[in-house]
Design a protein around this ligand. Structure first.
Ligand code: PBG
Length: 324
């Protein structure tokens, strides 16, 4: 009988040994909770395709952020659903816009929680596209940059701690950096959605944010899921334009991309575990087909192992409590 010379199982024999030799840790500190805010009072509207997630009015948002803070989650990413949409996305940069109002309330009530503001126009335009459109329906990149610059300054002035442009317009990081600096906001960091794929996994989000495009799709600005060299090019551009942190989105189907970006860039890196990833876990978990808690923690740990410093996830509150 030949005996194995190498016995890796020695290091798996007890919980203490496994704890000692664990390579990757997932902590509440590594999580960011995306939240949807809408006008009104006492509004807590369930999102059908994302069980456990809601569109919240500001007063309800304050309560949920309190729970997140108590669970040790350091940051939230705000998405706004404006009362009114128009062709110029004016709700995105209005002084009393939904994100601006929410940010002021949160800064007042939970000053220790980091407020990240998603910066895109699909929730604010009546046509549902991520920017200003021309007569033929195509997106006018450079006209959109002007609105992005205005929006970033308005979000920062309202108390948003981190500006997170997600529209995949060329030059958006440079435009936002220049505008923030000119407005005396040189200290406000930018988290660039540098590598964002045209993904079917955003399906539930578009219900949540009421932002599906009325015509066409997002394939002219979001990336082809087949591409990884292009991801490195996008990350390189955003880093050169002054991004303080980079993001890859979605997460689970793109762990190779997370790893590749991690290896080439020294900036902090985020992975966004998107709505469809959450919906899959909730759907299978809810039917008893998988153990939701174990599967969710396993998926989030895999994102950290692939090289993400932090993860945006709709499981943030539950995961933080599971990890406590
Ligand atoms: C754009 C934006 C989207 C998501 C985050 N920011 C939707 C899109 O690009 O269509 C998707 C997030 C998710 O699916 O959880 N504002």
């Amino acid at each position: 009988m030949p005996f194995p010379a190498e016995r890796p199982r020695r290091l798996r024999a007890s919980p203490a040994m496994r704890a000692l030799t664990r390579e990757t840790v997932l902590r509440p500190d590594d999580l960011v909770m995306p939240l949807f805010v809408r006008p009104g009072r006492g509004v807590r509207r369930p999102i059908a395709s994302m069980p456990g997630q809601f569109q919240l009015s500001c007063d309800e948002l304050v309560k949920d952020v309190g729970e997140l803070a108590a669970a040790g989650v350091p940051a939230v990413m705000l998405f706004g659903i404006p009362g009114r949409k128009d062709a110029r996305a004016s709700g995105a940069y209005a002084r009393d816009g939904i994100i601006q109002t929410a940010a002021r309330r949160l800064k007042d009530r939970h000053p220790g929680v980091l407020i990240m503001a998603d910066l895109c126009f699909c929730e604010y335009t009546d046509h549902g596209h991520c920017g200003v459109t021309r007569r033929d329906g195509s997106i006018d990149n450079d006209a959109t940059l002007e609105l992005a610059a205005k929006t970033a300054v308005s979000q920062a002035a309202a108390g948003c701690d981190v500006i997170a442009p997600s529209g995949m317009m060329d030059g958006q990081v440079a435009a936002i950096r220049a505008a923030l600096d000119a407005a005396g906001r040189a200290e406000t960091p930018i988290l660039a959605y540098a590598v964002k794929y045209a993904s079917a996994f955003y399906g539930p989000f578009r219900e949540a944010a009421e932002s599906p495009p009325k015509f066409g799709d997002r394939a002219t600005h979001q990336m082809d899921p087949a591409n990884i060299r292009e991801a490195l090019r996008e990350a390189g551009l955003d880093a050169a334009e002054g991004a303080d942190m980079l993001m890859v989105k979605p997460a689970l189907p793109y762990l190779d991309v997370v790893r590749a970006v991690r290896e080439r860039f020294s900036l902090p890196l985020a992975a966004y575990c998107v709505s469809g990833e959450y919906a899959m876990l909730k759907a299978a978990g809810g039917r008893g087909w998988i153990d939701e808690k174990r599967a969710a923690l396993e998926a989030l740990t895999s994102m950290r192992r692939a090289g993400a410093d932090f993860v945006l996830t709709y499981h943030a509150l539950e995961a933080a409590r599971w990890l406590a």
